[in-house]
Design a binder for this molecule. Structure first.
Ligand code: PEP
Ligand code: MN
Length: 264
């Protein structure tokens, strides 16, 4: 069902208020790795509004490698996130980690993110297929393109057609950076499916200094958008500070991505 053979026209996902994801526009989703405080949300929202970015990312349920690391503010954090974003017309994308969270989160979310670690959590995918909310599905840490497509098929076949696929880097032997951002996947996914393809350069390379270059490369590879991490003080971020842009870096990257998109 997600194949171009079944449907030729590209799928566009309408989040309301004129915010549409998919062919014909380049979507920017930006924000911190983790939602940390009211003040932080306000500062990020202000940065997004100043740069005409309509979608904010931020985790409240965090899949951390260590159980002792910060695991997010939970539902209360999401409600705060939602209140502030609504006041400024910003849409929300945040990660859902398990089936039981869907019901609690659904009224406060515009797009559910499925993280790399849950990319083949088939119960979660089935449940998201039944929930009529847009989903951004990340590629697994060692996931093949075929596995990503089959994961999307779980959601789609349960009746939810509002899916975007996300390349976020795969694990390889190289340790000069965090992951290997597989930009090959972008044209391949675009050819195989009618779904929008989003690139996450932050997790993809994992080092702040190279995020802009990889975002520009993603634009030219044909991505329908990017999702990346930005924070008012990356060195103080609760998670993923090493790959997070400050607002000045983020602003410059937004400008250059838009210029690049216009040349495509
Ligand atoms: C995130 O977006 O902060 C995240 C945990 O991403 P991933 O699932 O790609 O590691
Ligand atoms: Mn992160």
């Amino acid at each position: 069902l997600i194949s171009r053979k079944w449907k030729v026209e590209p799928t566009c996902i309408d989040l309301g208020d004129g915010v549409v994801i998919g062919e014909g526009q380049f979507s920017i989703m930006a924000g911190p790795c983790s939602i940390e405080s009211e003040k932080q949300i306000e500062l990020v929202v202000q940065h997004l509004v100043e740069n005409d970015v309509k979608i904010m990312r931020g985790g409240v349920f965090k899949p951390r490698s260590s159980p002792y690391a910060f695991r997010g503010l939970g539902l209360e954090g999401l409600q705060l996130f939602h209140r502030i974003c609504r006041e400024h017309g910003i849409k929300i994308i945040t990660e859902v980690m398990q089936v039981s969270q869907i019901e609690d989160m659904i009224d406060y979310v515009d797009v559910f993110q499925v993280g790399a670690r849950n990319s083949q959590n088939f119960n979660l995918l089935d449940a998201l297929g039944e929930a009529q909310k847009p989903v951004l599905l990340k590629r697994g840490i060692s996931g093949t393109i075929e596995e990503l497509l089959q994961a999307a098929e779980y959601i789609f076949s349960n009746g939810n057609e509002k899916i975007m696929l996300c390349e976020r880097g795969i694990r390889g032997y190289e340790n000069a950076y965090r992951n290997i951002l597989d930009l090959n996947a972008v044209p391949v996914l675009k050819a195989k499916t009618h779904l929008p393809v989003i690139v996450d350069p932050s997790h993809g390379i994992g080092l702040r200094d190279y995020v802009e270059e990889m975002s520009l490369a993603a634009v030219m590879a044909g991505a329908d958008g990017v999702i990346y991490e930005t924070h008012q003080k990356p060195e103080e971020a609760f998670s993923d500070g090493q790959q997070t842009l400050n607002f000045k870096e983020s602003e410059r990257m937004i400008r250059r991505m838009r210029q690049a998109y216009n040349l495509r």
